[in-house]
Design a binder for this molecule. Structure first.
Ligand SMILES: Cc1cc2nc3c(=O)[nH]c(=O)nc-3n(C[C@H](O)[C@H](O)[C@H](O)COP(=O)(O)OP(=O)(O)OC[C@H]3O[C@@H](n4cnc5c(N)ncnc54)[C@H](O)[C@@H]3O)c2cc1C
Length: 416
């Protein structure tokens, strides 16, 4: 039987349904656009990745009418963060509760549940179609950007209503969003240059049962001569623990007995000597910064144009904050067919936001280099810098505002 080919026109094609793509589909749901989304994987997103929404992002979720869905999905509140030495001396203590902001707390939920929650909300749009699993690969590109995407639906998976497995679909979008992550295919077919930096040391992520209750659910980072280690609260109980290791130590972490794991963790944070942690995965860390975000009718978002070291827990948050800045600039659905207007609006978004992201990436890189270092002298310098901030009330207030996502290069309300 010859599989049928259909043409599907839409206002917006989103390639990728990680957090950037799913958040965008959610934010667009009540705005009158027809949206088609294509996601390569039919597996849940990786639970080890970004799971804490900054305070400023909590506010964005509320503005999108999405916040209640996150509480319903199990999100919890975190009220602060602590940095301490490997002997448990507090270097810096940061608490958001008295900041003059609408939501003085972070909200956290497993990464894959964040994605699912966004996609459930996205499906409230009566003109929303999700092809999953399906690989966005065959693009027709012209001077105006991306003209079409030819999708071959897999034979062995159910297709969305109105489509059949094995069918070929030609998608003709007015606007294309490349939300397909660090190795973006959209970026590559458009030939958008990207600068990349690979950090020396991968991160290992471990999961452990919650060993102690802190009513403020704070993140704790230990900074000692063996390197830094961060212990992050997980929704529904549990810790996520992350730290840089040498590539040559991956074999150790893959095979270490519980006792050897406990000893290795205790070397960085003696306080955690009894923690029973299981290895979740290893993450090579890379910074990616593209020269531009826009080509014709296409714009890149999220890790596709700005992937960064997780040292500051910013990648997912920055992606959502950029979307919140892009949305008001998009032409209305009735004006989207005007390619010149669309391109001008996308360029206006790029020129107003990218300089701030370049600064965020530079700041994040400095912090990433510190976290990447296993050199005791570098860690001691970072620890001393933390202590200096902690001892100066004005610096500490600014630090807390910046962590919350206010008063940093992207957060405009710097008068707080
Ligand atoms: C260990 C770790 C911890 C982190 N912690 C934090 C944190 O605490 N806070 C924070 O803000 N950030 C954190 N981050 C970063 C954050 O997870 C990422 O910045 C964010 O998830 C990127 O989302 P994205 O949607 O841009 O990209 P991705 O998550 O990479 O999503 C891209 C999606 O596109 C799909 N795709 C790829 N190619 C195609 C194709 N050709 N066709 C169709 N689909 C395609 C992929 O399957 C994927 O689902 C962390 C990252 C790591 C690795």
């Amino acid at each position: 039987m010859i599989a049928q080919t259909d043409t599907l026109s839409c206002d917006i094609l989103i390639c990728g349904a990680g957090i950037a793509g799913s958040a965008l589909a959610c934010a667009l749901r009540n705005r009158g656009y027809s949206v088609v989304q294509v996601e390569l994987s039919d597996r849940p997103l990786d639970t080890a990745r970004g799971d804490h929404f900054q305070c400023v992002v909590v506010d964005i979720l509320e503005q999108w009418g999405a916040l209640d869905a996150f509480w319903a999905a199990g999100a919890e509140k975190r009220h602060g963060a602590i940095y301490c030495s490997d002997t448990d001396d507090v270097l810096l203590q940061s608490d958001y509760s008295d900041l003059p902001i609408p939501h003085p707390y972070y909200a956290y939920l497993h990464h894959e549940l964040i994605g699912d929650t966004f996609l459930k909300l996205a499906a409230e749009n009566p003109n929303y179609t999700l092809f999953r699993p399906a690989r966005a690969r065959e693009f027709e590109v012209g001077p105006e950007g991306i003209r079409s995407l030819t999708l071959k639906l897999p034979e062995d998976h159910a297709a969305p209503d109105g489509f059949t497995p094995g069918q070929t679909v030609i998608i003709k979008p007015r606007l294309v969003v490349g939300a397909d992550g660090r190795g973006s295919r959209v970026r590559d077919v458009l030939g958008i240059p990207a600068q990349a930096h690979e950090y020396d040391n991968p991160l290992v992520v471990l999961f452990a049962p919650r060993s102690e209750m802190d009513p403020l659910n704070r993140v704790i980072t230990y900074m000692g001569s063996h390197g830094t280690l961060t212990k992050v609260p997980r929704a529904f109980g549990g810790w996520k623990i992350g730290f840089p290791i040498r590539k040559s130590d991956i074999a150790f972490w893959k095979t270490a007995t519980p006792k050897l794991r406990r000893n290795a963790i205790a070397a960085r944070a003696p306080h955690l000597e009894h923690l029973e942690a299981e290895v979740g995965g290893f993450y090579p860390v890379k910074l990616v910064n593209t020269d531009r975000w826009v080509q014709g009718n296409t714009v890149l978002v999220g890790d596709a144009c700005h992937a960064m070291h997780p040292a500051r827990g910013q990648g997912m948050n920055v992606a959502i904050r950029c979307l919140a800045k892009m949305l008001p600039l998009l032409p209305d659905p009735s004006d989207l067919a005007n390619a010149d207007v669309l391109h001008q609006r996308l360029k206006a978004y790029e020129s107003s936001v990218k300089p701030a992201i370049d600064k965020v990436l530079a700041d994040n890189h400095a912090r990433g280099e510190e976290m990447d270092s296993l050199d005791a002298a570098v860690i001691a310098r970072s620890a001393a810098a933390m202590k200096m901030i902690n001892d100066n009330p004005e610096m500490l207030r600014r630090y807390r505002l910046q962590s919350a996502g206010y008063a940093d290069p992207l957060g405009t309300p710097s008068t707080l």
